[in-house]
Write a protein that binds this ligand. Structure first.
Ligand code: GLN
Length: 255
């Protein structure tokens, strides 16, 4: 328990310890919050992602293990020793941007979010993991605040849940709706994001997006005019990451 500044081992090896009334009250308060379905990550204030402990508040979506597949897929495609320019659209807690900055020591990342409250959490996380000097946080609707900039890769875990979908109570009642829902089909954000990403990528640049259950066919349609598209499954076998590569301009015939 964090208030006691004692870890699990201490608790297990000191069964005789008696809780102070104030500590007991705090403990009970947290149990009550959990009984009301508040996510444990908001109660404790943190979540691990890609081996990094991140601060989370109700201003940000709690990073999910599925999103680690996106980070892995990006790392498999991006060279480590090149000074890459990467944009993370809808950075939230900063999970993807920070994991990439941490693993790609030469990369510079523009991390965008429409929520200033989320950006504050993300910036604090970047400082904790010593990557704040390579991540530029900006308040932005998708790529709006990055107009005219060109990237080697664009990554995003955008909102993709249909407004008709019944989410679990602990998600629906506690996590930010603006990070979850994307219209009736769940595709509204992809429809705006994909053309913007195409304009902002260099030829041969990569777009990697997390997608929802059952969305891979729709995404394949939205990405049909890219040079290549592929999908990566999560551990449940559900296509979870859409990857597309921007085409190179056709070679002009030489005279
Ligand atoms: N995977 C999340 C959920 O199902 C949704 C995340 C998102 O919309 N990007 O709760």
């Amino acid at each position: 328990m964090r208030e006691l500044k004692k870890d699990r081992t201490w608790l297990l090896t000191h069964p005789e310890a008696i809780l102070e009334p104030a500590d007991l009250a705090q403990y009970k308060e947290k149990i009550t919050r959990r009984q009301q379905h508040e996510p444990i990550q908001y109660i404790l204030g943190e979540q691990e992602f890609y081996g990094l402990t991140l601060q989370v508040t109700p201003a940000v979506l709690i990073p999910r293990p599925e999103t680690e597949h996106l980070v892995e897929a990006a790392l498999e495609r991006l060279p480590r020793e090149t000074p890459l320019r990467i944009a993370d659209i809808g950075t939230g807690s900063g999970a993807i941007a920070i994991a990439l900055a941490y693993t790609l020591p030469q990369a510079r990342i523009t991390a965008l979010d429409i929520s200033t409250a989320a950006l504050e959490v993300a910036a604090a996380n970047a400082r904790t993991h010593n990557v704040a000097n390579r991540i530029d946080f900006r308040e932005s609707d998708l790529l709006h605040a990055a107009q005219g900039e060109i990237y080697d890769a664009i990554v995003s875990n955008p909102p993709y849940v249909s407004t008709n979908e019944e989410l679990e109570k602990q998600v629906r009642d506690y996590e930010p709706a603006s990070a979850l829902y994307a219209g009736e089909t769940g595709l509204d954000i992809y429809r705006r994001l994909i053309p913007q990403a195409k304009a902002a990528l260099r030829p041969g640049g990569w777009l990697l997006m997390e997608i929802g259950h059952g969305q891979s066919e729709a995404l394949a349609g939205l990405l049909h005019d890219w040079a290549s598209t592929e999908f990566i499954n999560d551990l449940q076998g559900i296509p979870r990451v859409a990857i597309a590569r921007k085409a190179w301009p056709p070679k002009l015939p030489s005279k």
